[in-house]
Design a protein around this ligand. Structure first.
Ligand code: S3P
Length: 448
């Protein structure tokens, strides 16, 4: 989906209480990984609950280009017949991974230790994002990367013919970089070691073990030391993708700020590497009950009963929590605007290199809605206006960023005047049923 299609303006307005069940789609991170690991296993991997957002569909297409057979059988139900570790064939054409940084970076890692060449491109948002963070460690395996200035797409990766294993300490807290190195390590001989100071989402580690790789994680003074033995034969798996906690954040936060709301959001991950937003909301005074804790698809989950919370207070979000809620700062800053006092988000400079510069996009949009915001390179501070206190009545620019679009549409549900977004079409990348799901709860969201 290169170039990004036509813009779809959208708008939301003050809504009555939100009620009902918000069953959000499958987890984006786990969906990408199911397809990629399935493509590297020998035999048939069965997937249920796969997120059918554009990002994941683009990864499915890429796996086909490398020789895997990827088949859709029904809603969320897919199979992947993999080609085995080291079995990727050379794609016949340029790979367009659309809007997806995860797709681009994980797939680069996957092919970097196979002697083939692949060229990657994406939409205008992805073509601005830094790829040096993955091509630097991939070059240590022996791969070569030729991209645009600043390590941007389009970019050609020439996979290493004789890869060597790597020991790599992550210079940035990034699950994408960690995963790219581990995926490259799969087809290198010996042991590849990744060291992360701050834990990031651990789906790759959990799933690689499930697929039969030898992987261990040791907690040391240096941080997590992850050791992977290369050249395993991966066994196909049956993967039940749990629901996406990053998508669940939107109905959850909407219910917290829309007066009278009371909703149930089933199966929200409580994985400690993903649940930072939920800890933060509870600290702010959100009324969330975590019901029926259990395991689903190998992840700890709970059903969230969420009620309108008129007494939320701004807090200082601990910076070390950032990796476990990195995608949730945009929607947290909306909740902060409807809380009392200021919410201080420090250590968030990674937000500047997401699908958009999310500090800038949120700051400008919230200001346009009448909210006082402060920012510096690594910080976002939102001065809360209390429940129902945000004036709204503005159009936010979404910069081809799904989470910015959804955040401002949630903002409009509780603001005094409607909030519009210039382009809601990127929502398709991660949460294609967002509009219907929110309307089903009673949210007034419209197109145009
Ligand atoms: C992801 C990791 C995160 C996150 C992205 C998905 C993943 O990026 O922002 O949406 O699936 O590994 P970083 O690891 O680069 O922070």
């Amino acid at each position: 989906m290169s170039g990004h299609g036509e813009a779809q303006p959208m708008k939301s307005r003050k809504s009555g209480p939100l009620k009902g069940v918000a069953a959000v789609p499958g987890d984006k991170s786990i969906s990408h990984r199911s397809l990629i690991f399935g493509a590297m296993a020998v035999g048939e991997t069965k997937i249920t609950g796969l997120l059918e957002g554009q990002d994941v569909l683009d990864t499915a297409k890429a796996m086909r280009a490398f020789g895997a057979t990827v088949t859709r059988h029904g809603e969320g139900s897919w199979t992947v017949n993999g080609v085995g570790v080291g079995g990727f064939q050379e794609p016949a054409d340029v790979l367009d991974v659309g809007n997806s940084g995860t797709g681009a970076r994980l797939i680069m890692g996957t092919m970097a230790t196979t002697p083939i060449t692949a060229t990657f491109t994406g939409d205008a948002s992805l073509r601005k994002r830094p790829m040096g963070r993955v091509t630097d460690p991939l070059s240590l395996f022996g791969a070569r990367a030729y991209g645009r200035q600043g390590g941007r797409l389009p970019m050609t990766i020439v996979g290493a013919a004789n890869p060597v294993p790597v020991r790599y300490a992550l210079p940035v807290a990034s699950a994408q970089v960690k995963s790219a190195v581990l995926l490259a390590g799969l087809n290198a001989p010996g042991e590849t070691v990744v060291i992360e100071k701050e834990p990031t989402r651990d789906h790759s580690e959990r799933m690689l073990v499930g697929f039969g790789a030898q992987l261990s994680v040791e907690k040391t003074g240096e941080g997590h030391v992850i050791t992977l033995r290369g050249q395993p034969e991966l066994r196909p798996q049956t993967v039940a993708v749990p629901r996406d906690p990053s998508s669940a954040a939107f109905p959850v936060c909407a219910a917290l700020i829309v007066e009278g709301s009371d909703i149930l959001v089933p199966g929200v991950s409580q994985n400690l590497t993903r649940n930072g937003l939920y800890l933060t909301l509870v600290e702010m005074g959100a009324e969330i009950e975590f019901q029926n804790p259990r395991e689903e698809g190998g992840e700890p989950v709970a059903d969230l009963r969420v009620r309108f919370s008129g007494n939320m207070k701004g807090i200082e979000v601990p910076p070390e929590r950032a990796p476990s809620m990195i995608d949730e700062y945009p929607i947290l800053s909306v909740v902060a605007a409807f809380s009392t006092g200021k919410t201080v988000m420090r250590g968030v400079k990674e937000l500047r290199v997401k699908e958009s510069d999310r500090i800038d996009a949120m700051a400008r949009g919230l200001e346009a809605c009448g909210v006082r915001v402060e920012e510096d390179a690594d910080t976002l501070i939102v001065h809360g206006m209390g429940p129902g206190g945000v004036p709204g009545g503005a159009t936010a620019k979404t910069h081809i960023d799904h989470r910015i679009a959804m955040s401002f549409l949630v903002c409009g549900l509780a603001a005094k005047a409607p909030v519009a977004v210039d382009d809601g079409s990127p929502i398709q990348t991660s949460f294609p049923i967002f509009e219907d799901l929110m309307r089903g709860l009673g949210a007034e969201v419209e197109r145009g």
